[in-house]
Write a protein that binds this ligand. Structure first.
Ligand code: ADP
Ligand code: 5GP
Length: 206
């Protein structure tokens, strides 16, 4: 494990559980960058290109796949989503922690190439609350809402592949939990071997 490298933090969870809200609230609350994904889905009201997503046509997305521009990409609810490679890898190489908010297929792909990443699954307090949240967001057609809600039951089966589970009961608490996970991960002994060796050398020198 290269200690100078930043952490790769992956956040997944069912649609409507509050991942986007949590990530928005995390901005400025720690030393990490939140990666902006590319997608072929249509922007929702208020979403800005380059801020929420890079909104691409299917052709543009396909060209990026051919150019190997993504760390991972997946088809989710009928659209393509992908994590831009060069920015994320540059940040990690330069010691900057990066958060990816991606679906489970993407997370499992990242886990294969980056097993020392930190994998966090966000769950709602209840399935009833999840249904209310997706529906109240007002962004989905009845079909898309049903697809997302049904998928949630499949998605939660993958929780055991993650390192942490965060309940999004209140945004404040969920944000605190994620901040705590990041701090704890940075303190892990196997990530601080160099620091431990420095201390041991000092002891030998004395
Ligand atoms: P996701 O990114 O996981 O699809 P969003 O962040 O878009 O979910 O949240 C879905 C809806 O739930 C939004 O309308 C958001 O305002 C609301 N929401 C998010 N977190 C909470 C929470 N802790 N309590 C109540 N509503 C929430
Ligand atoms: P939404 O359309 O609600 O913004 O996102 C739908 C799903 O796509 C969510 O589960 C979200 O985490 C996922 N997603 C967003 N960006 C990416 C990405 O770059 N890669 C993958 N695999 N999934 C993503």
């Amino acid at each position: 494990m290269d200690e100078k490298k930043g952490l790769l933090i992956v956040i997944s969870g069912p649609s409507g559980t509050g991942k986007g809200t949590i990530c928005k609230s995390l901005v400025g609350k720690g030393d990490f960058l939140i990666s902006v994904s590319a997608t072929t889905r249509q922007p929702r009201q208020g979403e800005v290109d380059g801020v929420n997503y890079y909104f691409l046509t299917k052709e543009e997305f396909k060209t990026k796949i051919e150019n190997d521009d993504f760390i991972e990409y997946a088809e989710v609810y009928g659209n393509y989503y992908g994590t831009p490679k060069s920015k994320v890898l540059d940040c990690i190489k330069n010691g900057i922690n990066v958060i990816l908010e991606i679906d489970i297929q993407g997370a499992l792909k990242v886990k294969k190439t980056c097993p020392d990443g930190v994998f966090i699954f966000v769950i709602p307090p209840s399935m009833d609350e999840l249904r209310k949240r997706i529906s109240n967001r007002g962004t989905e057609t009845p079909q898309s809402l049903m697809l997302r809600f049904r998928s949630a039951y499949e998605e939660i089966k993958y929780i055991s592949r993650y390192n942490y589970v965060v309940v999004n009961d209140t945004v404040d608490m969920a944000v605190k939990r994620i901040q705590s996970i990041i701090i704890a991960e940075q303190c892990r002994a196997d990530r601080r071997k160099g620091k431990i060796l420095d201390l041991e050398e000092e002891i030998i020198d004395e």
